[in-house]
Design a protein around this ligand. Structure first.
Ligand SMILES: [Zn+2]
Length: 478
């Protein structure tokens, strides 16, 4: 059915199987002359209507996918891989070395959560199934990990019939945009794009030229604030909490945010903006990620950053065991506790919240995006109490939000990035906007349309488009 055209050009289609209409579940299925290649295989998270799609029958059958190309190790880009293995995927998974190290942490955690959720559903009796099944098991995770093949940045990787190149994206350690050359036709997947100047990572490279661009739009409707001095909300909250003898709780996403928060603490202590308090890192996943950031300091971090810049805290405790975590409870003095989960939906953060929230001396500093319905969002919205472990904990502690931590490019940075895909002028055949809430994608659509006058489209979930060597006439017409 699908075969080369008379000109010898392969017939290529791209189907949007995730991150379309939402920010999670990134999955792009390329069909190249009948061969199926997946770019990212993320899990849907958040709203139930999206989460249920994790159970959709995958088209085509997983065993007919030959390769998965991975942009970075966030769960919404990799955590569906073990589900594909369970369904019969036996191909190769290509990713940078840093991504492979982090994916190991993320996938093992996901396997553990799947088992937990299935057990919970069984106990709660709310599953439709007699025996609620996990989407995949820790065994599927181990098989998936054995399929990974490392690639280097900026090297062409020959994938029998096309080449792929991973280009730095500066979003989290190992993150990349993926550039494909299919018989001279080029396709660029942005992956998640970092800020122009990430605090720790080597900044993203200029993207290579591409005929077709598939790009994220998470912050397509927003610019980042950059107040002077940086992170003063955080510094002020720490100073004031220390003055009244309280403790500071900083929930942070395990990967990259933990390191960025520690880096800010180091800077603030060095500059004398906050007192040199004891700092506890209490997050098993956060600590594993911290090890990867240490190990990859030479190849992934900015030249002016060394490990001391995010771990050089005079009184730093890495709570690697449950006992070490419990000992934090008995600590009597002012301190900073960096923990996860970042949206306060689970993990050790809950135990600390339970103890710290009822006392007005303490402070919670929110450091990341908080999705609707999460405890983190409720705290920001001024909740008077928070349900945890079956009871309501009164919120008397101070709650502040530091909005300056973000690992995603803002609107201006996104437009500049896509403009760089055409260094010689001209325009791509089309730009497809994905990985954004509808309003964010539409705002970025308008900006690219107004500033560059290019063909832009916002694909729907499941939509399939033909990628041809010459511009799509339908798109070129208007
Ligand atoms: Zn990401």
């Amino acid at each position: 059915m699908t075969s080369s055209t008379e000109s010898g050009q392969p017939v290529v289609t791209c189907q949007f199987l995730g991150a379309s209409g939402t920010v999670t579940g990134s999955k792009y299925l390329l069909n190249i002359d009948g061969r199926n290649v997946l770019v990212d295989a993320g899990m849907f998270q958040g709203e139930k209507r999206w989460r249920l799609k994790n159970w959709d029958n995958f088209i085509p059958p997983a065993r007919k996918i030959t390769d998965i190309l991975v942009t970075h190790a966030h769960a919404d880009h990799v955590a569906y891989i073990p589900a594909l293995v369970k369904q019969g995927f036996r191909g190769r998974i290509w990713a940078t070395r840093g991504t492979i190290e982090l994916a190991e942490i993320v996938l093992r955690d996901a396997g553990h959560l799947q088992l937990q959720d299935a057990k919970f559903a069984k106990r709660g009796g709310y599953s439709k199934h007699e025996e609620p099944l996990p989407l995949f098991t820790p065994d599927d995770v181990e098989v998936a990990l054995s399929y990974f093949v490392p690639v280097d940045f900026d090297e062409d990787v020959d994938l029998d019939g096309f080449t792929a190149r991973w280009v730095r994206a500066g979003h989290i350690l190992g993150s990349a945009s993926i550039h494909l050359d299919i018989a001279g036709m080029t396709v660029l997947f942005s992956g998640d794009l970092g800020r122009d100047e990430p605090p720790l990572l080597i900044p993203r490279s200029a993207p290579p030229h591409a005929d077709w661009v598939i790009m994220e739009s998470t912050y397509g409707d927003r610019e980042h604030e950059t107040p002077e001095p940086a992170h003063e909300t955080m510094a002020k909250a720490i100073r004031e909490t220390a003055e009244r003898g309280g403790k500071v709780l900083m929930p942070a996403f395990a990967i990259d945010r933990t390191e960025a928060v520690l880096h800010q603490i180091v800077m603030m202590i060095r500059e004398g903006r906050i007192p040199s308090l004891p700092v506890f890192v209490d997050s098993p996943m956060g600590l594993k990620a911290l090890d990867v950031y240490r190990d990859f300091a030479d190849s992934e971090l900015r030249e002016d950053i060394d490990v001391d810049d995010f771990t050089g805290i005079p009184q730093l405790t890495e709570a690697r065991t449950q006992d070490a975590s419990k000992r934090i409870n008995h600590f009597k003095h002012s301190c900073i506790i960096v923990t996860s989960s970042g949206m306060l939906e689970g993990g050790r953060a809950l135990h600390h919240l339970e103890r710290l929230l009822p006392d007005e001396k303490n402070c919670v500093i929110i450091t990341g995006y908080q999705a609707q319905g999460t405890r983190g969002r409720k705290l920001i919205d001024g909740a008077k109490n928070l349900k945890m472990h079956g009871w309501y904990v009164p919120v008397r502690a101070q709650v502040v939000q530091d909005r300056e931590f973000s690992a995603h490019a803002g609107q201006r940075e996104l437009v500049r990035w896509v403009a760089q895909t055409q260094p010689e002028g001209g325009q791509p055949h089309a730009v497809f906007l994905t990985h954004g809430e509808p309003l964010a994608a539409e705002a970025l659509y308008d900006q690219i349309d107004e500033q560059l006058g290019w063909n832009v489209a916002i694909p729907q979930y499941g939509e399939k488009v033909a990628l041809s060597p010459s511009p799509d006439e339908r798109l070129a017409d208007d």
